[in-house]
Design a protein around this ligand. Structure first.
Ligand SMILES: [Zn+2]
Length: 319
């Protein structure tokens, strides 16, 4: 069963690559971005409850909301809590660090087990702290109150559930998939802000996969032209400004291709596999980045059923 899954996944990648080679842009990904963009435009953009004064409390409220879904989705056998959730700002210091901590990193977590705490149901495992980028809490920042922080926190809490150790490529794409399934279940449960946070993330994953294709085939102009055709002029300008700062030379392009591969391309390939009816196996430590396997602590397959239902019924749910 697993060998069959692998073979079909490889075939899928080849088909997508072939489409890209002839058209410049993969038509499947392009159609997905075109379908989801007007839906995203109608969803809330900010969490008004996240203010510079309420931010500390707000992340704990969201953590309390998100964590039980990791159990309900069968990802966490025991639900683990971070010892703290902090907002960080890095306004000064080495220029490259300031750029990366301010503009490139949305959050990070020390997901190693640190101890135990008393819970109503007995004892719960405590992990290290989660660090969230403070730009979401700065009233002067373009990302102030951006609902994207909810998915970001969902991803970090996924690491804390045990998707923590192993090759970084593998851990990051698995965590993204687990967070997508959790955020999809929350969205279907009626949580509007979870949906408003998830759908732009899913579109960013598709765009990141397209960008990975473009960087690998040295065809950024085709990607830029597609982007311009689908997003607002303001979003286009903001994304292009980011790309100009990132893709400064060939080495930078290569390094960024690796980042897009880890967080977007590998996630896209696996999610697309599920949308085509495939399933994800659990705890396969071999973990090829492109194979449809995911590492979860439950030793159970990660079932992406809520994500598939959400995407298949997008128009009806949010159109
Ligand atoms: Zn991560």
């Amino acid at each position: 069963m697993r060998a069959f899954a692998l073979v079909v996944a490889v075939a899928t990648v080849v088909i997508l690559a072939a489409g890209k080679a002839t058209a410049g842009i993969d038509p499947v990904k392009a159609a997905q971005v075109e379908q989801i963009t007007p839906i995203i435009d109608r969803l809330p953009k900010i969490d008004k409850a996240l203010t510079d004064k309420s931010a500390e409390k707000r992340v704990y409220q969201w953590a309390a909301e998100i964590l039980p879904w990791y159990a309900r989705e069968g990802i966490a056998y025991d639900v683990r809590v971070p010892e703290s959730i902090n907002w960080y700002l890095v306004p000064l210091g080495l220029g490259s660090s300031v750029v990366s901590y301010t503009f490139d990193i949305d959050a990070f977590t020390n997901c190693q087990m640190k101890g135990a705490t008393q819970a109503p149901s007995g004892f719960a495992i405590v992990t290290g702290p989660v660090w969230m980028n403070g730009h979401y809490t700065l009233p002067t920042d373009s990302l102030y109150q951006d609902v994207g922080y909810i998915f970001t926190l969902t991803h970090e809490l996924g690491h804390d559930q045990g998707i923590c150790n192993g090759p970084s490529d593998y851990v990051e794409s698995s965590t993204q998939l687990a967070a997508i399934e959790v955020a999809s279940a929350m969205s279907l449960g009626g949580n509007k802000l979870a949906a408003a946070s998830l759908l732009p993330e899913w579109r960013s994953i598709i765009l990141g996969a397209m960008l990975y294709d473009a960087l690998k085939s040295d065809d950024l102009p085709s990607y830029y032209a597609f982007l311009k055709s689908v997003v607002t002029p303001k979003e286009y300008a903001a994304r292009m400004s980011k790309y100009r700062a990132r893709f400064t030379d060939d080495l930078a392009k290569e390094q960024w291709a690796e980042v897009y591969k880890k967080y977007s391309y590998a996630v896209y390939v696996k999610a697309e596999w599920c949308l085509r009816g495939g399933t994800l196996a659990a705890s396969d430590k071999r973990g090829s980045l492109f194979a449809p396997h995911v590492m979860v602590p439950s030793e159970q397959p990660l079932v992406m059923d809520d994500f598939v239902y959400l995407i298949e019924n997008l128009g009806e749910l949010y159109g």
